[in-house]
Design a protein. Structure first.
Length: 148
């Protein structure tokens, strides 16, 4: 985006909050993760004011004091985890699937229900045992591509 002088913006749709893991979570969870409970947040990413990505992120509530009430370092989840909690991303697994946009996805991304979206689910492993970062990402690739 920087090479094309595009302006990226992230809008928090749902602030980090404590919740439970869904019964049919999209990755297998460890007993430690399940027992700890879940912190969930939702973000909308825009390019030049156009909504492009809707992302729900899930992390285990493991030794993250004041995580839900502290502002993010540099506005970044990863910077916050690294600087405030010593958590570093090591590697990850991503699965991609083309889907048709449903109600909330279509509404947030400003597209019609049934339009194509790329659904990405990912699991990022970290340097902390039993601490993974999970995301469910809906990407509208109509005007933009994604590079991995």
């Amino acid at each position: 985006m920087k090479t094309e002088s595009l302006k990226a913006q992230t809008k928090i749709i749902k602030n980090p909050s404590l919740t439970t893991w869904g019964k049919d979570f999209f990755f297998e969870l460890s007993k430690t993760e399940i027992d700890a409970g879940c912190i969930k947040m939702e973000r909308l990413r825009k390019i030049d004011k156009e909504p492009v990505i809707f992302e729900a992120t899930f992390i285990a509530n493991l030794d993250l004091p004041k995580f839900c009430t502290k502002p993010f370092v540099n506005g970044s989840l990863f910077d916050t985890l690294h600087i405030s909690y010593g958590i570093e991303i090591l590697n990850g697994v991503q699965n991609f699937r083309a889907i048709k946009a449903q109600g909330n996805q279509a509404k947030l991304l400003g597209i019609s229900k049934g339009n194509p979206l790329l659904h990405i689910i990912r699991k990022l492993s970290t340097n902390r045992e039993n601490f993974n970062i999970y995301s469910s990402v809906y990407f509208n690739s109509e005007n933009h591509s994604i590079e991995i």
